[in-house]
Design a protein. Structure first.
Length: 334
């Protein structure tokens, strides 16, 4: 039961001339009919009604943020992610939007295990979330594992982009092309953890660990496919960059240790070439004036407060130079 003040009550609802009564577990509450906005069969149903009421005059950024806040309060995380993505497209910079995204991150972060884990969160770790099955139930040993934070980023950033761009376009929605299908339940407001799991598995299968730039996921997102246009809109470049960064982090984490060691031990060829290209310095070489000027410029400047004054002495009237200057005549030089 949704109240006009935004509160949501769960229980058996009974209407009467005196008002509306709701019977919960160990509780009973009677309200006036004017306080009740809507009676739904589920929390998602209340969200859909609330969103439909707000959309009658068109949804702006404030409406999306209000809906996201309400969805977070009632643990509707896929719906909150959807509203935040819509709000981000309308207002790229918003303090309230950043705050709500951090709240969503906290809500998606799994509870700390009782014993410290040495390995990052794997796809198998998704079983910690309610309703998500283990990765062993899907027979695909080649699927990459997820580093810390990748699952949260997929739920909050990557999945909304794929659903709003691919599923709504029809290429990967109800009748997708073979090989990649998205569960559109989160887009319609009634998705759960299993929907997110299916979409994550389908997305991971399109990542090429040996050639990240040739991953079908990135190639399809950047260009037209399945007869429809690629990602479009004013935030296309940002969405592609976000998707590429997420894929790159997964590829880097799944790189074999010997490849990482070889990359670390590779000699810096470019640096050696640049050093060898410099001519040798000899005793007859011209001074490096640029280096000298730069060294002088780097010297600290000495600040002298005041100037040393020369004391004033009275002029000696019997000084020959002074006398000749004052009394010398032109004929004296002849």
């Amino acid at each position: 039961m949704l109240l006009h003040n935004g509160s949501l009550l769960e229980g058996a609802v009974e209407r009467s001339p005196e008002g509306v009564a709701i019977q919960g577990e160990g509780s009973f509450l009677r309200l006036r009919g004017a306080e009740v906005a809507y009676v739904a069969d589920s929390t998602v149903g209340a969200y859909e009604w609330k969103r439909g009421q707000a959309a009658r005059d068109g949804l702006d950024a404030t409406d999306h943020l209000e809906l996201a806040d309400w969805a977070l309060q009632n643990r509707l995380l896929p719906q909150a992610a959807r509203e935040l993505l819509d709000a981000r497209q309308l207002v790229p910079r918003s303090g309230r939007l950043d705050l709500l995204e951090r709240r969503l991150d906290e809500a998606l972060r799994p509870a700390a295990p009782p014993a410290p884990e040495t390995k990052p969160v794997l796809v198998e770790g998704m079983a910690e979330h309610p309703g998500i099955a283990s990765n062993h139930s899907v027979n695909n040993p080649a699927r990459p594992i997820l580093p810390e934070g990748a699952l949260e980023q997929f739920t909050r950033r990557i999945q909304p982009v794929l659903l709003n761009s691919c599923a709504t376009a029809g290429c990967h929605g109800v009748h997708p092309e073979p090989g990649f299908a998205l569960d559109v339940a989160p887009l319609r407001g009634y998705g759960d953890a299993r929907s997110t799991e299916r979409n994550l598995h389908a997305t991971l299968d399109l990542i090429d660990l040996n050639a990240v730039d040739k991953s079908p996921l990135l190639v399809a997102a950047a260009g037209p496919h399945a007869g429809v246009a690629p990602l479009a809109g004013p935030r296309r470049d940002e969405m592609l960059e976000r998707l590429s960064f997420w894929v790159g982090a997964i590829v880097a984490y799944n790189r074999p240790p010997e490849q990482e060691a070889a990359a670390d031990q590779a000699p810096p060829v470019a640096e050696k070439a640049s050093v060898a290209a410099e001519p040798p310095v000899t005793a007859e070489s011209e001074p490096d004036w640029e280096a000298i000027v730069a060294a002088e410029a780097d010297k600290p400047t000495t600040i002298q407060r005041g100037v040393k004054l020369t004391p004033v002495r009275p002029r000696d009237e019997f000084d020959p130079a002074v006398f000749n200057t004052q009394h010398r005549r032109p004929q004296d030089d002849e």
